[in-house]
Ligand binder design. Structure first.
Ligand code: UD1
Length: 430
């Protein structure tokens, strides 16, 4: 199993181009099941998660061709027909979002058998809202032995779906199914993350009629069929925020390009409050920090446009060295402080009580062996390692490979001493 070794202390100087958004790309790939024509996705990230989904889609009947184009990596997806409506446990468990093939399979094929998902170990993460939305659209759902059996032999029908709280996955799933339903669908209390608007833009380019995506109410007029399209994936806001925090942690000056500041405004507000200099420009932003200790600030995670739960671990790494005590309240997922004890191994002073973590800033961190527990937690350990004395070794980096493209290369280009240690599976420590 690969590990990442970081020698802390180097200031960062340079430019990091941001990749296309993982969380958008995988839903856009699933949208290709809705048409028999080719869907060309540009600005695609190349990640373990997109590979997992490509593998599943091939099994369902999609031809997946990857290439390089003028707008970065491209993926061309064509599904002349659905050859199987079966998404097996082995493929779905590797990535929770693969569950979102259920809606498109139902919409196009009238039936599907899809394994209940796995995904990061950050709390229970049920799919009840996904299933209720599909039922509201007229699907008959049965659960047996870890599988969802769904049927809609006469097609899906538009409905009003009022979500009890904002769920990104359930809103996307309902949208993916409702675009081909008969009649109108209204999604109330929908998730408003930028990935929702990106999915709607792509579906509309394919001929769907979706309005209001990116707000709490989404209207969808069902259409009889969708066509092919070309769509550019939005920049990854979590990757943007992660490198912004990394630059602040290490100190120096880093320009993040091919991205948008408005996607991470809540994070940037907190960084400025803590004492980091943030300079927005046309195609991204520059992060500057030249000496001086940061101030501790409080953070509460919230649905977009609030502070993203996917940036909480990274910001906590930054606060381990701040002056004073910062408080983190996690409102989206239970069990999402698994990075706290690992940061503690580097010398951080963090106490966790339920959904709240208190971080008392310390004067310095010291490199150690640490364990990645989930995707975002693992990158927080890399960030901490950038400022820790000596060497930090992050084990189980497969979590990192799910969501960060060429991390060592991108940080290394700015002067960070980060390298990958190839492993053979038995040498995992602890
Ligand atoms: C997506 C993102 C993830 C991010 C999260 C919140 C992808 C692939 N992943 O995950 O990186 O952290 O949004 O911004 O896009 N819930 C239920 N029942 C459901 C569905 C969700 O109770 O049927 C709960 C979840 O357990 C969680 C909350 O709703 O507590 C929000 O989850 P949701 O927004 O659905 O997150 P994901 O789509 O899984």
């Amino acid at each position: 199993m690969d590990r990442i070794a970081i020698i802390g202390g180097a200031r960062l100087q340079g430019e990091i181009p941001i990749s296309g958004a993982k969380n958008s790309a995988i839903k856009l790939m699933a949208a290709s099941l809705l048409t028999d024509e080719p869907l060309r996705l540009t600005n695609m990230p190349r990640l373990a998660d997109t590979r997992f989904l490509g593998k599943l889609l091939r099994r369902l009947g999609t031809e997946v061709v990857e290439s390089d184009g003028p707008d970065g990596a491209e993926t061309l997806l064509t599904t002349p027909e659905i050859i199987s409506g079966f998404a097996p446990y082995d493929l779905v468990r590797q990535m929770r979002a693969s569950f979102n093939v259920l809606g498109p399979l139902l919409a196009r094929n009238g039936q599907a058998k899809v394994s209940l998902p796995g995904g990061c170990t950050i709390g229970a993460r049920p799919v009840d809202l996904h299933l209720k939305a599909l039922e509201a659209l007229g699907a008959k759902i049965d659960l047996h032995e870890g599988y969802v059996y769904a049927q809609a032999p006469r097609g899906l029908k538009g409905a009003v779906i009022d979500f009890p709280f904002n769920s990104v996955g359930a809103t996307e799933h309902a949208m993916l199914a409702a675009v081909l339903a008969q009649g109108d669908t209204v999604l109330e209390n929908a998730a408003a993350e930028p990935e929702l608007a990106d999915l709607a833009d792509c579906l509309n380019a394919m001929g769907a009629k979706v309005t209001g995506a990116g707000t709490r109410t989404i209207h969808i007029k069902g259409v009889g069929r969708l066509s092919g399209a070309t769509h550019s994936v939005i920049p990854d806001r979590i990757e943007t925020g992660t490198y912004a925090v990394a630059a602040a942690m290490a100190g120096g000056e880093v320009r993040l390009t091919r991205t948008r500041t408005d996607f991470i405004q809540a994070l940037l507000d907190k960084m400025v409050e803590a004492g980091v200099e943030v300079i927005p420009h046309n195609d991204g932003l520059t992060i500057k920090r030249n000496g001086g200790r940061l101030q501790a600030v409080e953070v509460t995670t919230d649905p977009y446009p609030g502070f993203a739960t996917d940036l909480q671990a990274q910001f906590m790494a930054l606060m381990t060295l701040a002056d004073g005590e910062s408080v983190f309240r996690e409102t989206i997922f239970e069990n999402r402080f698994m990075h706290a004890p690992e940061l503690g191994r580097l010398g951080a002073d963090i106490s966790v009580h339920g959904g709240e973590a208190r971080v008392k800033g310390v004067a310095s961190l010291e490199g150690a062996q640490v364990m990645a527990t989930d995707l975002r937690a693992s990158v927080s350990l890399v960030i901490a390692g950038l400022a820790a004395g000596g060497e930090t070794i992050v084990n189980r980096v497969y979590h990192l490979d799910r969501g960060f493209e060429r991390l060592e290369e991108k940080l290394g280009a700015c002067g960070a001493q980060v390298r990958r240690l190839k492993g053979d599976g038995d040498e995992e420590v602890e």
